[in-house]
Design a protein. Structure first.
Lengths: 86, 266
C-alpha cells in the first residue's frame, strides 16, 4: 500500500487544475462511449442474426438497423461534445 | 524515453476547436446583433451548392433512355434514396417527399465529402449552424405533415398519448414523448451530423499532423510514422464511408419522422 502511495505521490503532486480538467475530458468521453458501444454491439449482432435467418427481409432489417445506430450513436456524440465544452 | 515524450508535449500542437473558427473576408454586416460576413465556411457552402446544381444539371440536362456513365451514377443515387429510404420507410404515400429527401441526401453528402477533398479538407457540416438549419427544415416538415394530416389537436394527441400503454404510465410517458418528439429530435439530428464530422476532422488532423511531426522529430520517433501514415490513409477511406453513412442516416431518420407523423392511429 505504501509502495503504491510512493508510486503515485509524484504524479499526484504534479497534477494541476488543468491536468484534472484534461483527465475529466478523457473520462467524460470514455464513460459516454461505454453504453452506446454495448448498445451498437447488441444491435448489430441481433440484426446480422435476423438477416441470416430471414434473408428476404434483409433490406428492411438493414434500414431499421441504421435508424437504431443513428439514435444510439447520438448519445456517444453528446459525450464527445461535452468533452469539448468542459 | 522521458525526454522524448517531453519533446512531444512541447512541440506537437494538438488540434483544438479553435481551428474551426475562420475570419471574415471583407466587410461584415450587422443585422440585429449578429454579424454576417463572407468567410471560408460560407465560401464552401456556395461551393457545395454549385457542385449540387452542376452535377444534377450535367446528369439530367439531356436525359437518355440508355444513360451515360455520369447519368447512370446519379440515377443510382436517386434510385437508392427512392427504393431504400422513401418507399421502405414511408411507402408509396411518401413519394411527394422524394424531392426533399434526395436533396437532403445529396446536399449532405457533397458537404461531407469536402472533408477528404485535398486542398479543402474541411466540411461545412462540422460547424453546428449548417446541420441545425437542415434539422429545422426536417422538423418543420414532419410537424407540418402531422398537423395537416391529423389537425393540430389530433397531432398533439398522437404525439403525447401513444396508444396501448396502461393508464397510469401516461404520467411519465406523455412528457417524455412530447419532449423527445418536439425538442430532442432536431437537436439529435443536427448534433449527430455535426459531431461526426467534427470528430472526423480531428481524427484526420491528429493522424496526418502526427505523422509529419514524427518524421520531423528525427530517428527514433520517425519509425512510428511507418505505422501512423498507412493508418491515416485508411482513415481517409473510413471518413468517406462516414460521409455517406451520415447523409444516409440523416435522410432515413427524416423519412422515419415523416412516416411517424403520417401514421394513422391503430
Amino acid at each position: 500500500m505504501t509502495a503504491l502511495v510512493h508510486l503515485f505521490a509524484p504524479i499526484l503532486a504534479a497534477l494541476t487544475d488543468a491536468g484534472f480538467q484534461t483527465i475529466g475530458k478523457g473520462l467524460v468521453y470514455g464513460l459516454a462511449a461505454i453504453g452506446p458501444g454495448i448498445g451498437i454491439g447488441v444491435l448489430m449482432g441481433k440484426s446480422v442474426e435476423a438477416m441470416a435467418r430471414q434473408p428476404e427481409y434483409a433490406g428492411q432489417v438493414r434500414s431499421i438497423m441504421f435508424i437504431g445506430i443513428g439514435l444510439i450513436e447520438a448519445l456517444a456524440l453528446f459525450g464527445l461534445m461535452l468533452s469539448f465544452i468542459i | 524515453m522521458n525526454q522524448a515524450l517531453g519533446l512531444v508535449a512541447a512541440t506537437f500542437e494538438k488540434p483544438t476547436t479553435k481551428d474551426f473558427i475562420f475570419g471574415c473576408w471583407g466587410p461584415s454586416v450587422r443585422i440585429g446583433g449578429i454579424s454576417f460576413c463572407m468567410n471560408f465556411i460560407f465560401f464552401m457552402l456556395l461551393l457545395v451548392v454549385a457542385a449540387f446544381l452542376l452535377s444534377f444539371f450535367v446528369a439530367f440536362r439531356k436525359p437518355k433512355i440508355v444513360p451515360g456513365k455520369f447519368q447512370a451514377l446519379m440515377e443510382l443515387g436517386l434510385e437508392f434514396v427512392k427504393e431504400q429510404i422513401v418507399v421502405q420507410m414511408i411507402g408509396p404515400a411518401g413519394l411527394p417527399f422524394f424531392v426533399l429527401l434526395s436533396t437532403f441526401f445529396f446536399f449532405i453528402f457533397y458537404s461531407n465529402i469536402l472533408e477528404v477533398i485535398p486542398g479543402v479538407n474541411f466540411s461545412p457540416s462540422s460547424r453546428i449552424a449548417f446541420p441545425l438549419v437542415l434539422a429545422v427544415i426536417s422538423w418543420v416538415t414532419y410537424n407540418t405533415v402531422g398537423i395537416r394530416k391529423h389537425g393540430f389537436g389530433g397531432y398533439l394527441k398522437m404525439v403525447c398519448f401513444p396508444p396501448g400503454a396502461p393508464l397510469a404510465l401516461y404520467v411519465i410517458l406523455t412528457p417524455i414523448e412530447f419532449i423527445s418528439t418536439i425538442v430532442i429530435r432536431p437537436i439529435t439530428l443536427s448534433v449527430r451530423l455535426f459531431a461526426n464530422l467534427l470528430a472526423g476532422h480531428f481524427l484526420l488532423s491528429v493522424f496526418f499532423l502526427g505523422t509529419v511531426f514524427f518524421i520531423q522529430s528525427g530517428f527514433p520517433l520517425a519509425l512510428v510514422s511507418i505505422a501512423s501514415f498507412p493508418l491515416a490513409v485508411v482513415l481517409v477511406g473510413f471518413e468517406i464511408f462516414v460521409a455517406a453513412l451520415q447523409a444516409f442516416i440523416f435522410t432515413i431518420l427524416s423519412a422515419s419522422y415523416i412516416a411517424g407523423a403520417m401514421a394513422t392511429e391503430h
